[in-house]
Design a binder for this molecule. Structure first.
Ligand code: NAP
Length: 243
């Protein structure tokens, strides 16, 4: 059977890397990155050798770049079956110290970037009459977090965007779901102060941080034929942090 094609934004390291490597066992994967070419190359090298995988540079916050990139993918592969909107950034600060630029940057990449990819792939998937989109939210998009007003707002937006798009696209055979990780050990969380990590650990009933594979496994399920009657949902992968 012909392999399906999956695009993963921000797949040059961390959670996106695990998603790309996991999906590469079944799909042709397209590894997106904005700056980290070396990282993307290393991820590509770890993908299943059976597939036809590639890496592609694109800043997802730029709608025109996203449109051109997705058109290029469809031209090469003929179809695009799965889009995982994983790319994200943080620029944490307390509200009164937060610059407007840091607020705007995080909204532009996390929320507008996710919107850009959904908007431009929706047309492609509508023609195919099928597709699965998985958006990377966060538990802080559900409950907020001190020092992360910009990031939490972006992820709350991703959740509302997921549900709105799920409603609009369901009748076209396109499912849209979100995953909300809690505290997952990656470069993004490595840079947090030890005191922040300790207090995060104290709030996790399972008393451990998650691994990137924990998130990748749920993304794989939401892309697959095992979840064909699931849309508009937000699945927390957080060791019980938010219930
Ligand atoms: P990470 O290690 O910092 O990786 C972020 C990825 O996003 C990188 O591949 C980066 O590539 C890419 N990226 C950033 N800006 C981009 C842009 N404008 N266009 C395209 N790609 C871009 O982060 P992570 O911890 O794996 O997090 C992945 C996702 O999970 C994010 O959406 C994050 O908010 C979410 N999440 C993470 C946690 C956690 O505990 N780690 C918890 C909840 C949610 P370049 O270096 O090439 O820019």
């Amino acid at each position: 059977m012909e392999r399906k094609t999956a695009f993963i934004s921000g797949a040059s390291r961390g959670i996106g890397e695990a998603i790309a490597i996991t999906l590469s066992k079944e799909y042709n994967v397209i590894i997106n990155y904005a700056h980290s070419e070396e990282g993307a190359r290393a991820v590509l090298a770890q993908c299943d050798p059976e597939g036809h995988h590639k890496m592609i540079q694109c800043d997802i916050s730029d709608g025109e770049q996203v449109k051109a990139m997705l058109e290029e993918i469809v031209k090469e592969y003929g179809h695009l079956d799965v889009v995982v909107n994983n790319a994200g950034i943080t620029k944490d600060n307390l509200l009164l110290r937060m610059s407007d630029a840091d607020f705007d940057d995080v909204i532009r990449v996390n929320l507008k970037g996710t919107y850009n990819c959904i908007r431009h792939v929706a047309r492609i998937m509508m023609k195919q009459k099928s597709g699965a989109i998985v958006n990377m939210a966060s538990v802080v998009g559900l409950c907020g977090n001190m020092g992360q007003a910009n990031y939490a707002a972006s992820k709350g937006g991703v959740i509302a965007l997921t549900k709105s798009c799920a409603k609009e696209l369901a009748s076209r055979g396109i499912r849209v779901n979100a995953v909300a990780p809690g505290f997952i050990a990656t470069a993004m969380t490595d840079k947090l102060a030890d005191s922040v990590k300790e207090s995060a650990l104290a709030s996790i009933p399972m008393k451990k941080f998650g691994a990137v594979q924990d998130v990748a496994n749920v993304v794989k399920f939401l892309c697959s034929e095992d979840s064909t009657y699931i849309t508009g949902q937000v699945i927390a992968v957080d060791g019980g942090m938010v219930m």
